[in-house]
Design a protein. Structure first.
Length: 137
């Protein structure tokens, strides 16, 4: 197997970039050509090398996505939406289904849920009315 041949000198502009972005312009085709006949003669080795290059590029692009300035706000918005809207909505419907049928341990669990998701329950409670229907006399 031959030596890997690729450019190692990069312009000075690259030095100011984040470490994750330094290898974005790495020339994988040049690496494949550096192997020469040893790869092109063996189709299985060529296929494995191409898959390795694809996975490497995929992970490098993912690392660039994870370092995006929009990633942290998206994660915080998702967690806040789940804590303030989604889970309390599920808890409200769980309360409605089980309120009059619970045992003592489940009642403790219901109180824990009400305590833990209180801000979300407070936001959603004006929009739901789970009081029992009036009896017809």
């Amino acid at each position: 197997m031959g030596l890997i041949k690729y450019k190692t000198l990069k312009p000075a502009v690259h030095a100011a970039r984040a470490p994750q972005a330094l290898d974005r312009d790495f020339n994988y085709a040049e690496v494949l050509r550096g192997y020469g006949a040893s790869i092109t003669g063996d189709p299985l080795l060529l296929q494995l090398t191409q898959k390795y290059i694809y996975i490497t590029l995929l992970f490098r692009n993912m690392s660039l996505l994870l370092t995006s300035p929009f990633f942290a706000p998206i994660v915080y918005a998702t967690i806040a939406g789940a804590y303030l809207l989604v889970i309390p909505l599920l808890v409200l419907f769980y309360f409605k289904a089980r309120w009059y049928k619970t045992g003592s341990l489940e009642r403790v669990f219901l109180c824990f849920l009400a305590f833990f998701f209180f801000p979300g329950l407070l936001l959603l409670s004006p929009f739901f009315n789970f009081r029992p229907q009036a009896r017809a006399v």
